[in-house]
Design a protein around this ligand. Structure first.
Ligand SMILES: Cc1cc2nc3c(=O)[nH]c(=O)nc-3n(C[C@H](O)[C@H](O)[C@H](O)COP(=O)(O)OP(=O)(O)OC[C@H]3O[C@@H](n4cnc5c(N)ncnc54)[C@H](O)[C@@H]3O)c2cc1C
Length: 215
């Protein structure tokens, strides 16, 4: 898969230590919510790439990526992304990933940190398709709060939890186990482990969840 050069069309502040970059969809590119792309640049003369998950409900004309960064010890690639402005070129390869929304009638998305990007994308798409959605999002400094509120206003269950609180209870509330329910998990490895334990506690099968580990 060859890289494509595209353009940043908008950069939005979506909450503490996070930014959403909207980029032009390259010709022939199509992806489902939950898939991810590789962004690449050159840092200190070396090519560097990192993966980011699509945070818009579709990829028609443009699509969005949500980047969480650590303002105290953020890495070099996050620093590069924070410098991106509308009109700048952006190099992407993809889409990648097998764990994405496939028109299931009910989606339950568990997200830690920047995993909220695919969570809002999948919930918005499922609701637009006439399906049901639930989001359980764990983060001490939540982002995308306006989109989460709008998802809740559309009838979805939305739980926003501070780190270390009640993940098991919230997953137990939204996990129904009915036919057609798909469970998704997105975030860094420590969140994935907690989410998988919560799914098992709720009577679900963690191995059946569509999970993406951010590292
Ligand atoms: C499949 C996949 C999808 C991804 N999708 C996204 C996405 O949609 N949005 C996004 O922001 N990132 C996503 N990532 C992570 C992203 O690729 C980078 O690793 C991240 O942005 C850090 O890159 P860096 O070069 O700035 O920092 P590095 O120097 O590579 O790593 C250090 C930084 O990584 C972050 N970090 C690393 N481990 C953890 C952890 N356990 N908990 C919290 N933060 C941690 C911290 O900000 C830390 O400062 C994804 C990774 C993968 C593999």
């Amino acid at each position: 898969m060859d890289p494509s050069e595209t353009t940043a069309v908008a950069v939005r502040d979506v909450g503490p230590d996070a930014v959403a970059i909207e980029i032009t969809t390259p010709d022939g590119f199509e992806a489902r919510p939950g898939q991810f792309v590789k962004l690449e640049t050159t840092i200190d003369g070396e090519p560097v790439g990192r993966f980011y998950t699509i945070s818009s409900p579709n990829t028609r004309e443009t699509f969005e990526l949500t980047i969480g960064y650590d303002s105290e010890e953020g890495g070099a690639f996050s620093e590069y992304l924070l410098s991106v402005e509308p009109g700048d070129p952006v190099t992407i390869t993809g889409p990648f990933g097998d764990n994405y929304y496939e028109d299931e009638p009910r989606v339950v998305v568990l997200a830690g940190g920047p995993g909220v990007g695919p969570a809002v994308a999948i919930a918005e798409r499922a609701l637009a398709d006439g399906g049901e959605a639930a989001v359980v999002y764990q983060d001490d400094t939540p982002i995308h709060e306006d989109r989460l509120a709008s998802i809740a206003n559309s009838g979805a269950d939305v739980f926003v939890l501070a780190d270390g609180t009640a993940l098991t209870d919230a997953v137990g509330d939204v996990h129904s186990g009915i036919d057609g329910e798909a469970v998704f998990v997105y975030g860094f490895a420590d969140f994935l482990a907690d989410a998988e334990a919560a799914i098992a506690e709720a009577g679900g099968d963690p191995d059946g969840a569509k999970s993406e580990n951010f590292g």
